[in-house]
Write a protein that binds this ligand. Structure first.
Ligand SMILES: Nc1ncnc2c1ncn2[C@@H]1O[C@H](COP(=O)(O)OP(=O)(O)OP(=O)(O)O)[C@@H](O)[C@H]1O
Ligand SMILES: [Mg+2]
Length: 273
């Protein structure tokens, strides 16, 4: 069979909180192996989009197609079990558990599993956690300590290591380096490049345009709860992106190739060809 036109296709995704239109009619596509960035001002709807496609919240309307199958995840764990790993902006980790327990939450390694009875393989989980964390370069003195005593950056590295280690179909990172120092940021960017080599599709939300232009193939611009543009990174520049984010220029003025509606149409035509 030929390769699918997209690994993720989102159609008309909408979420309103009372009178707040957090996201309206969002159409989005991610090609196989593609790394994409989502950019936009505070409150533009970026995190809402991520929560909707990963089962953290339910949309009011819209469809999500992952790897050619229509999906509606019940929870982030449901999404993780189906190969979609997410690092949320407000981290979803268990404060009272230690690092290995957080990394293997919901998919614990066992020596033996007999129905409801299982013997956890703590040694293997600990060893694999050390290995996963080493990719982020973060220093955590004692892995058996609960997360409660750790810094924001340390927690973020635990979440990123977990996501990168387990991602099979898709990885989504919502401002993954916002709380990190220069060195850890560079390591996380290295992890993202490693995911590109492993051909794992990725969506990153970032306010750091240097990072965005360094890392991704395509940039999606969100503005006031709508997706207004999708541009190939090599066909745009940071000034143009800033102008789209702030509304200084209209998407139409940049050229029709960038409009999501056209991206969608182009893909459908390609799929029909
Ligand atoms: N649970 C909620 N209840 C009510 N309003 C919400 C809720 N979550 C988000 N919103 C609103 O929806 C809009 C979009 O929020 P969202 O968090 O998606 O923005 P964002 O683009 O991720 O911003 P940032 O860059 O600051 O993270 C905002 O106006 C926000 O106040
Ligand atoms: Mg956000």
């Amino acid at each position: 069979m030929s390769s699918p036109a997209s690994i993720l296709e989102v159609r008309n995704l909408t979420k309103h909180y009372g009178g707040v239109k957090a996201l309206t009619d969002a159409n989005f596509l991610l090609a196989p192996r593609e790394h994409a960035a989502i950019v936009g001002d505070n409150g533009a709807g970026k995190s809402t989009f991520v929560r909707l496609i990963t089962g953290a919240e339910s949309p009011n309307a819209g469809e999500i197609v992952l790897d050619k199958e229509k999906v509606q995840f019940d929870s982030p764990l449901d999404a993780r079990r189906q190969g979609v790993e997410t690092v949320y902006q407000t981290l979803a980790l268990a404060e009272d558990l230690d690092v290995p327990a957080n990394i293997f939450l919901g998919r614990e390694l066992t020596h033996l599993s007999l129905g409801p009875l299982s013997i956890l393989n703590h040694k293997a989980m600990r060893e694999q956690s050390v290995e996963m964390l080493s990719t982020t370069g973060v220093k955590i003195q004692d892995l058996s300590e609960s997360l409660r005593g750790m810094s924001g950056g340390q927690r973020q590295c635990v979440a990123i290591a977990r996501a990168a280690g387990f991602a099979k179909k898709l990885i989504i990172l919502d401002e993954p380096t916002a709380a990190l120092g220069v060195q850890e940021t560079a390591r996380v960017e290295g992890i993202i490049k490693g995911l590109k080599e492993r051909q794992i599709p990725l969506i990153i939300i970032s306010h750091n345009l240097r990072q965005v232009f360094d890392l991704v193939d395509r940039i999606w611009v969100f503005r006031q709860g709508r997706i207004i543009a999708s541009l190939e990174t090599k066909k745009t520049n940071p000034e143009q992106i800033v102008a789209l984010i702030t509304g200084a220029i209209s998407p139409e003025s940049v050229g029709e190739h960038i409009l999501p509606a056209n991206v969608m149409r182009g893909t459908q035509e390609a799929a029909l060809a």
